[in-house]
Ligand binder design. Structure first.
Ligand SMILES: *Cc1c(COP(=O)(O)O)cnc(C)c1O
Length: 382
């Protein structure tokens, strides 16, 4: 059996260990220190916006703190894109609030502004204005931020941007993660850069960042003894992990370029394949980091399903995966309200993510092309 080709695997740049060693040498083996400060500075500079970044233990932790800072409490409702990874929605439940799920639109696969507006109107008619809106930039594709921010402004609802998959993506020239009241980033092992595990909260004021750091370090009041007047969390990033992040920041732009080249590779590969569409930016206003390349397969035209392709690739030890199963179809969220017209369900039925790592080799691409060409030539010649 040939080596496994992964969907997305860690890709170190070379200097990560240098920063980690510096932390050991100075005994900064704690959730604070020069690497944490440096990583936060590097991220803020990369986002090219006047933002304050708090490095945390996970993207999920960043979302949780964003909700708390938006004042989300027990019994509240929070709007969330349905088509996403469960980590976008779970922190709503941590707060004792109820998620209200919104369908996708077909161009960006992200939150549909029409369904969003409808949902807010319905929830208000029932007596509750949602406390926050969580919009996701799925697979690195920017959501329709102008439309979404307009609607959010109309009802004065803060927007939290889940940019866990979209570091390096831009909408109208501006970095994803910098549009909302808060943005969140993830450095989990499968993301475009990784710290093995970690995340960040992107804030627009020092006050908001200080609050996040305070909450993430057990909410200690300013006193010589341990004094607490709020519930705290243990969510701060360690200085060791941040060292990996500093090394990764040195190569982030290369990683974005490599992922975008993988997307181009699939566009070319499927150019003449009827019934297959490679997920691509709807216009030049959108710049995706193409964290994961994905396709939709129309079985009636292509003569096979996304599951046929997935299994054929699996046989060659190549990983691929169905798109995120929408949250409103998940057993755990069965009781949550949902607004939409079935776009995300159809995407889930027909969509497949393909190997997209920045460390894939020419030989890997040949193996991928070979199985895809084999599967489709078999189908389309009959
Ligand atoms: C990875 C991911 C998260 C969670 O980030 P962690 O760092 O793994 O906690 C949240 N939302 C989306 C869309 C993700 O892909």
């Amino acid at each position: 059996m040939q080596d496994k080709i992964w969907l997305s695997s860690p890709h170190m740049g070379g200097n990560e260990q240098k920063y980690v060693n510096e932390a050991f040498d100075a005994n900064w083996v704690a959730p604070l220190g020069p690497n944490v400060d440096g990583f936060e500075r590097d991220l803020a500079a990369y986002l090219e916006a006047p933002v304050e970044v708090a490095a945390l233990s996970a993207g999920t932790a960043a979302l949780h703190l964003a909700l708390i800072e938006c004042g989300v409490k027990y019994g509240d409702e929070v709007i969330c894109q349905s088509m996403t990874f469960s980590a976008s929605a779970n922190p709503i439940a941590y707060c004792g609030a109820t998620p209200v799920f919104i369908d996708s639109e077909n161009e960006t696969w992200n939150m549909c502004p029409v369904a969003l507006k409808e949902a807010i109107e319905y929830r208000r008619a029932k007596g509750k204005t949602p406390k926050a809106i969580i919009v996701v930039h799925l697979y690195g594709m920017p959501a329709k931020m102008d439309e979404i921010l307009n609607i959010a402004d109309q009802y004065s609802i803060p927007v939290i941007e889940d940019a866990a998959e979209a570091l390096g993506s831009k909408y109208k020239g501006r970095a994803c993660g910098t549009f909302g009241r808060f943005g969140i980033l993830s450095f989990n092992g499968n993301k475009i850069i990784t710290t093995s595990g970690g995340g960040a909260l992107v804030c627009h004021s020092k006050e908001d960042k200080d609050k996040a750091v305070f909450l993430s370090t057990q909410a200690r009041d300013n006193a010589p003894h341990y004094q607490h007047s709020q519930i705290g969390y243990n969510y701060r990033m360690s200085n060791i992990v941040a060292g990996i992040g500093r090394g990764q920041m040195e190569v982030l732009q290369d990683r974005v370029e490599a992922r975008r080249k993988m997307h181009d590779f699939y566009v070319e590969l499927f150019e003449k394949t009827a019934g297959v569409v490679v997920f691509t930016e709807p216009s030049s206003e959108y710049f995706s980091n193409h964290w994961l390349s994905a396709v939709t397969i129309d079985p009636d035209v292509a003569g096979l399903t996304r599951e046929d392709l997935r299994l054929a690739m699996q046989e060659e030890n190549i990983e691929s995966r169905p798109l995120w199963k929408p949250m409103h179809l998940q057993p755990v969220f069965a009781d949550a309200p949902y607004y939409g017209t079935g776009v995300s369900e159809k995407l889930f039925d027909n969509g497949l993510c393909l190997p997209s790592g920045s460390n894939l080799t020419d030989n890997d691409r040949e193996r991928i092309a070979s199985v895809i060409n084999k599967v489709f030539s078999k189908q389309q010649s009959v």
